[in-house]
Design a protein around this ligand. Structure first.
Ligand code: GLN
Length: 488
């Protein structure tokens, strides 16, 4: 009776609608038969949530959109799933993604691509275009965009929340690294992976984020309560300048010049310019800033992410769990390495195999200095660039504490993506390099571990959504949410 009293939506009616919609969108890869409803006094009882399929759930499979985990169900819930359940959120399914989170267009999924559910209002009667939902958290973004749920969880290693949010026209927050627990989240690149939240509005994102942003002793990379408190004080101190809700006076917004590269489509620039002008009109101070190491971020990211992936993915060996492919009878079946090789050759998709090879190479004795160490040095430069432009101090920085720069900025603002959602077929034909380039505007904040949120800011000349990214100093997630609320 407690469950019935708490019932806030009819699951069966919802399920039938979603099953029909999902045939076109392919956002959810598992939809449960029934769902637990939290009591109506619980904070998220009225927020339905889908969970990316690389986050462990004990009552639904977790496949990472990979053949190698096709039949895998975790014996436990990830901390984030436990927290959602405790807060009463009905968990309505697992969301499609690029295999192990590797990709930008949700093309590399064992469940097939996600089709962007957005419908441009300017195209009545025109045949529906099949565009990418973005990746790797494409299913999570598309589930929110097609009203299958109010919010969803994704992961963002180099842009996998912000890019699909931008392409699908929803809000997507990648929090500061270490703020949300990664326990039970299947690793792609540990030093970059963040769990984050999609929502149809900043308010939904804020509500879910508020429940998840907690210290978890099971996650060794979790920011300690002391560090969180220190960052809070630092960020609040600067935001105290901006207290009047009716005006943006006191808010300093940086526009990084490097974030308007040659690849940026002209359709994206116009809505951004309009947004910046309106923020200035409302009292914000707009400050042009420079982050000179941005040009190296993409290369550094792909070396580091692949190196960490090659190590993380070594656990899929056909023996402990997941797919097992025995070698053909003629081979020497006493050799475990044969099971290992056959399982991995069959179980991993081509993109994942490529990353494993690239990452393994970058870690070999011959290449280590030139690739892996060099990428780490560049990562440090990217981080320092950010620390030089923010008014708030980076509480994680081990360098001698820089005095807060009075002429620094509170947040940065830039386009989330270089273009609107690409056509699925064209994206397939363009190949991998075009997928990598999609991340050029999102990877710097990932390398620096900073909070970044994409908020829809209108449409391009083709009628498809465009997102603006708000980036803050480490731990200033609340500042990013506040500014996001202003521009949404
Ligand atoms: N597109 C990037 C990659 O393939 C980022 C993916 C992500 O953030 N998970 O690595």
């Amino acid at each position: 009776s407690r469950l019935l009293r708490a019932r806030t939506f009819s699951f069966e009616a919802w399920r039938q609608t979603v099953l029909a919609d999902n045939q076109h969108v392919n956002a959810l890869v598992h939809i449960p038969e029934s769902v637990d409803h939290g009591a109506s006094d619980l904070p998220l009882h009225d927020v339905t949530v889908a969970v990316k399929d690389n986050i462990c759930t004990k009552d639904m499979p977790t496949t990472c959109s990979s053949k190698i985990l096709r039949d895998f169900t975790s014996p436990f819930d990830a901390t984030v799933v436990e927290l959602l359940k405790t807060a009463g959120a009905p968990i309505v399914g697992k969301a499609n993604c690029d295999e192990f989170g590797m990709g930008s267009l949700n093309l590399y999924s064992a469940h097939g691509p996600v089709v962007n559910p957005y419908q441009p209002s300017t195209a009545p009667g025109r045949e529906r275009e099949r565009r990418s939902a973005g990746g790797s958290s494409g299913g999570s973004a598309a589930a929110v965009a097609s009203n299958m749920c109010h919010a969803s969880l994704g992961t963002d290693t180099g842009g996998s929340i912000r890019l699909p949010a931008s392409y699908c026209g929803v809000v997507g927050l990648k929090p500061s690294y270490g703020i949300i627990s990664r326990w039970g989240v299947i690793s792609y690149a540990d030093s970059l992976d963040c769990v984050g939240v999609f929502g149809s509005s900043v308010d939904y994102v804020r509500r879910v984020f508020g429940i998840l942003a907690q210290y978890d002793s099971r996650d060794p990379s979790a920011a300690t309560p002391e560090t969180r408190a220190e960052a809070d004080v630092e960020c609040q101190r600067h935001m105290a300048n901006w207290t009047d809700a009716s005006s943006l006076s006191g808010l300093r917004i940086g526009i990084p010049q490097e974030y308007f590269p040659a690849e940026l489509s002209r359709a994206v620039v116009a809505p951004l310019k309009t947004l910046i002008a309106s923020l200035r009109d409302r009292g914000a101070t707009i400050v042009p800033v420079s982050l000179p190491s941005t040009q190296y971020a993409l290369s550094a990211y792909y070396v580091i992410a692949s190196a960490e992936a090659s190590s993380n993915l070594a656990r899929y060996d056909g023996i402990e769990y997941g797919l097992r492919v025995d070698p053909p009878k003629t081979a020497d079946t006493t050799k475990t390495a044969n099971v290992y090789a056959h399982t991995r050759t069959e179980g991993f998709g081509a993109e994942v195999q490529k990353r494993i090879l690239l990452g393994t190479y970058a870690l070999t004795a011959d290449a280590f200095d030139n690739y892996f160490l060099q990428a780490q040095r560049l990562r440090a430069r990217v981080r320092t660039d950010f620390d030089h432009v923010f008014r708030a101090r980076n509480v994680l920085s081990s360098s001698p504490h820089r005095a807060a720069a009075p002429d620094g900025v509170d947040v940065l603002l830039h386009p989330s993506a270089i273009q609107t959602a690409p056509l699925l077929d064209a994206a397939r034909a363009d190949g991998d390099l075009s997928a990598y380039v999609q991340d050029v505007l999102t990877v710097p904040a990932s390398l620096a571990g900073l909070p970044a949120m994409s908020v829809p800011v209108g449409t391009g000349s083709d009628g498809w959504p465009i997102g603006a990214s708000v980036v803050g100093q480490w731990g200033c997630d609340e500042v990013v949410l506040r500014v996001g609320q202003v521009i949404e």
